[in-house]
Design a protein around this ligand. Structure first.
Ligand code: GAR
Length: 209
């Protein structure tokens, strides 16, 4: 069984999707062993507690820079003996002192079709505002591995939604979460835990059976 540590910063709907998938037996070969939050008092922590999952809060605001913060998270991940780290609405970019310790072992969900609308500054609702500002007709979400560059690691799964003429950032966020994120994130986690993702020339290939 692989130890899954989930990192969160907010409402935790993606965390809930993983918890629900675990309860339904859809995460094969892995178990959520810890939820780490970058903020105190966020609802994601309640979701973890309700599911009986241990939580740790490491507030980003207590650290002056990304390196010292990443070192603190790294120490906790080592303590937890993490095999897989999932960034589920985690709003802090992690430094390479951490990412280099876990190559192809950190999975992120990004609410757009990478390589569009991604990288530093693109997070949460801002991503959807930018997509609508541009006028794209489809958007979606990307589940990818995390490397030392923001939103640039190997893509594992992507899914799309159509954009309506009267779409708002809020409606687009909801549409992408419900139709793509909450389905593909648990699926990618299970694929990882079942050793069904292989890497070749820096790209991820999924064994869909
Ligand atoms: C989700 O849409 C997730 O894709 C996005 O923030 C939201 C968090 O929701 N993540 C990012 O933008 C990371 N760059 P949640 O806390 O309810 O899961």
């Amino acid at each position: 069984m692989k130890n899954i540590c989930v990192l969160v910063s907010g409402g935790g709907t993606n965390l809930q999707a993983i918890i629900d998938a675990q309860k339904n037996g859809e995460i094969k070969g892995g178990k959520i062993t810890c939820v780490i939050s970058s903020k105190e008092g966020v609802y994601a922590l309640e979701r973890a507690k309700n599911a009986g999952i241990p939580t740790v809060v490491i507030p980003r605001k207590n650290y002056s820079d990304s390196v010292s913060y990443s070192k603190a998270i790294l120490a906790e991940l080592k303590k937890q003996k993490a095999d897989l780290i999932v960034l589920a609405g985690f709003m802090t970019i992690l430094d390479k002192c951490l990412t280099s310790e876990y190559p192809y072992q950190i999975i992120n969900v990004h609410p757009a079709l990478i390589p569009s609308f991604c990288g530093e500054g693109f997070y949460g609702l801002k991503v959807h505002e930018k997509a609508l500002e541009y006028g794209v007709k489809v958007s979606g979400a990307t589940i990818h591995f995390v490397n030392e560059q923001a939103d640039a690691g190997a893509i594992i799964l992507q899914g799309t939604v159509d954009i309506a003429n009267n779409e708002t950032p809020d409606s687009l966020q909801k549409k992408i979460m419900e139709n793509v994120e909450w389905k593909l994130l648990p699926k990618a986690i299970s694929l990882f835990c079942e050793d069904r993702i292989s890497i070749k020339d820096g790209k991820a290939y999924v064994d869909l059976k």
